[in-house]
Design a protein around this ligand. Sequence first.
Ligand code: NI
Length: 183
Amino acid sequence: MRLIFHHKLNHTDNHMALLNILEFPDSRLRKVAKPITVFDAALKQLSEDMLETMYDAPGIGLAATQVNVHKRLIVIDISENKSEPLVFINPEITPLSDQQREWEEGCLSVPGYNEVVVRPRDIRINALDINGDAFEMEPDELLAVCIQHELDHLNGKLFVDYISSFKRQRIRKKLEKAHKQRA
Ligand code: NI
């Protein structure tokens, strides 16, 4: 997920690598990610690379699907100084009420566009941490929105799926044009 206003930070850790972020309408963004069963050094490296890629973009959330790794892993950091990285593995969301909330969302895979999306307001998330240990949270506000946005990516879903097909097609055409110009 992308914030409308962001602060760019310089990270200089040589052990990390920036990953390529797939952009809408790339069909690989539609793949459903598989549960993670192995918690090893490679998984730690992937989560660190994803955080680095997210900070560099800059964004506040990134799903493995967006870097063409189809495993159920998301990273998030909504702190102002990028000091509170969160890693969720095999996340599952349970709505805790019927309340809905509107939020203007953006996405690193849909660069340059923000649209209002309606989602459940109150949720619980159950997930595993990088060591495979289970934890749960009851996030609110931006964190609750961001977790739902990122979990959608693992199911091949994008925030533009919630808006009108007219708007979605317009964004699709503009991004396809930009991709052609870049190529
Ligand atoms: Ni996104």
